[in-house]
Design a protein around this ligand. Structure first.
Ligand SMILES: [Zn+2]
Ligand SMILES: [Zn+2]
Length: 626
């Protein structure tokens, strides 16, 4: 389930509710840098010039000359075997040498000796494993870590236990720290709507909020309410976006969906400071998990793309200061039928040209074709099992999706389309088919992401059309101990067996599969590729070896999963000539694992430590004892 998408719908909806839009405009004036408004005319003119299909551009330097030892010794030599390259011509190697930002040698242990110099760092792999850095090709690390800031009360039961944890946490916070947290649910509250006085008792007059585990609800205290100017007079936005209230109309401390925005924004939820704090939980820790590249599947801190430009600017500033530990491919997004596909494509082209640095470029159009299946926000081919007159719905119709595919492709870029049910998937596949019938598909790298539910008849069409299927493997398990039950209720056992997260079926159809952890749809620790990879191989929750695999035939091999997380991700992002495999001349994005994954019991893959991560030949994470 893509919680990220639900969450983004909530922030995006700020545009459609006048109250929230007004609040957001205020917050934006207070916190965002001045933006240059792009003129529609200029955008249209730019779109009329069709550039060649994107080649990765200057933002990511291509392979350089191989060089020779005579030009200087290597900075790193890895030897002793266990080097799995993703290069079909040479799948395993004995030794690798890195000089500067490049791989200069891949081969046997004798040949590497001539690269050794007095300052070369030698890493004896003995029983460990060297891989290309992991490429996470669908995530929201730039902004949505904001939902995970503060105290985490997930898994705690009962308001007293939760409040005790909050109280302890507050004690450790420096004065002036923003008080916030996440992870409660109506279940953990014993079914009782949380009240502001409960929080007041541990916070005093400092404002505080706690997001629910699924980010649909907010629990806030009296000071937060006052800060945001929320009172008995504050109107509800709709029947589903409202405040719980006392008999006199005063909000009691619990809001639903967009009603929460007023408090979140007043507490700086979309401020640069919050985003920087959030990135400490995501971008800054990704190298510890072996990640060297990721695709940002949507920065959603405001109602439109322009409201988010500053987030990319900040990333570029970090990169220019040498403080960005990842390569990032960013997106321009479209989420409403009101968007003009040509303008979206023109904005993408504009951002691709203007917003770039050594490790940041924007080259993908993200489109949310639907919402979330479990909450009825995605289109199914047959009605829901628990709601026999309802097939759900999509956000876009097929014609609009087709127009966006064509506009994006003509501008030289790729689509990344969110789908969460089998009816939406078929609509999107048909839209691709019609677009390709008109303008061809040569050189395209378009993506369908999540692939939560795909009808067996539709599986072969991915490969046939050259579409890439992006997956979050952990969702293909009994995730959180509730997925099997939840999907059983919604679509029944037969459709689970036939269609749910058909990652093995897609793999065997020859489709190129890529992986992403999709934070915040997964919890922060689940950012780890080794956790996702284990789930792909076992279809069991990590740490629950006795789980029944969720549709056993959807398991894939370790070799397949590794390729999906490295070369295939690089291919999706048009970076496969630079990263994604260990080959001479490629950039030295590498990871050393504490064990050879082919020799580890699948249920133990997540326990293998990541010892060293290099990006451009420089350590972004290092716990090697050398
Ligand atoms: Zn999504
Ligand atoms: Zn996502």
């Amino acid at each position: 389930m893509c919680i990220a998408c639900n969450w983004s719908a909530m922030l995006g909806a700020a545009a459609t509710t006048s109250l929230a839009a007004a609040i957001h405009a205020n917050a934006a004036r207070a916190t965002l840098p001045r933006r240059r408004l792009l003129q529609a005319g200029a955008l249209m003119a730019a779109a009329a010039v069709t550039p060649p299909l994107l080649q990765g551009g200057a933002a990511h330097a291509g392979p350089g000359p191989m060089g020779s030892p005579a030009d200087g010794a290597a900075d790193w030599i890895f030897s002793g075997g266990g080097i799995y390259t993703m290069n079909p011509a040479q799948p395993w190697a004995q030794a690798v040498a890195v000089r500067g930002n490049r791989i200069v040698y891949v081969g046997d242990g004798t040949g590497v000796e001539r690269w050794r110099g007095p300052r070369t760092r030698l890493v004896d792999l003995k029983g460990r494993m060297l891989l290309p850095g992991f490429v996470d090709s669908h995530n929201h690390l730039a902004s949505l870590g904001a939902t995970k800031l503060g105290v985490n009360v997930r898994g705690l039961q009962g308001k007293d236990t939760i409040l005790a944890k909050v109280k302890d946490w507050i004690k450790d916070q420096p004065p002036g720290a923003v008080l916030r947290g996440h992870g409660w649910s109506m279940e953990s509250m014993g079914g009782i709507s949380p009240r502001r006085e409960w929080l007041d008792a541990v916070t005093g007059d400092r404002p505080m909020y706690l997001l629910s585990f699924d980010m649909h609800d907010l629990w806030f205290n009296t000071a937060a309410m006052q800060l945001a100017g929320v009172s008995a007079k504050t109107a509800d936005l709709s029947k589903t976006q409202y405040f719980e209230r006392d008999p006199d109309g005063t909000p009691s401390g619990h809001s639903h969906e967009d009603a929460s925005l007023q408090i979140l924004l007043a507490m700086g939820f979309t401020s640069p400071e919050t985003i920087r704090e959030a990135q400490k939980l995501t971008i800054d820790v990704a190298p510890r998990h072996g990640i060297t590249t990721y695709m940002e599947a949507g920065v959603i801190m405001g109602a439109g793309n322009q409201e988010n430009e500053w987030v990319y600017r900040k990333l570029i500033e970090r990169d220019q200061a040498g403080e960005l530990p990842l390569r990032i491919v960013g997106t321009v997004w479209t989420r409403s039928m009101g968007d003009d596909p040509a303008k979206i494509a023109a904005l993408l082209k504009d951002w691709n040209q203007r917003l770039r640095s050594d490790h940041v470029q924007i080259s993908v159009c993200k489109l949310w074709s639907d919402g979330v299946l479990l909450s009825g926000g995605a289109l199914t081919l047959e009605a829901f099992s628990d709601d026999p007159l309802n097939n759900g719905r999509m956000t876009f119709d097929g014609e609009h999706i087709q127009r966006q595919i064509e506009a994006t492709q003509k501008a030289g870029f790729d689509m990344h389309i969110h789908v969460d049910a089998d009816g939406s998937t078929r609509t999107v596949l048909d839209a691709y088919e019609r677009a390709f019938a008109r303008i061809g598909n040569r050189g395209t790298r378009h993506v369908i992401c999540h692939n939560t539910m795909v009808h067996p008849n539709d599986i072969p069409h991915y490969k046939k059309m050259g579409l890439i299927a992006n997956a979050t493997p952990l969702w293909g398990t009994d995730y959180d101990g509730i997925y099997r039950k939840s999907y059983e209720k919604r679509i029944g056992n037969q459709r689970i067996e036939e269609r749910l997260f058909p990652y093995g079926d897609l793999q065997r159809s020859g489709t190129i599969i890529s992986y992403g952890a999709d934070i915040p749809g997964a919890d922060l620790p689940e950012l780890a590729p080794l956790i996702q990879l284990e789930a792909a191989v076992t279809r069991k929750r990590v740490g629950f070896p006795k789980d029944e695999p969720l549709v056993a035939r959807q398991r894939v091999s370790v070799a397949e999963a590794l390729r999906n997380y490295t070369w295939n991700g690089a291919y999706q992002l048009r970076l496969e000539d630079k990263v994604g495999s260990i080959e001479t001349g490629k950039l030295a994005d590498l990871v050393v694992l504490g064990a050879d994954l082919f020799k580890v019991v699948p249920e133990q893959i997540h326990t293998v430590p990541v010892l060293l991560t290099l990006m451009d030949g420089r350590p972004t994470h290092n716990t090697l004892q050398t």
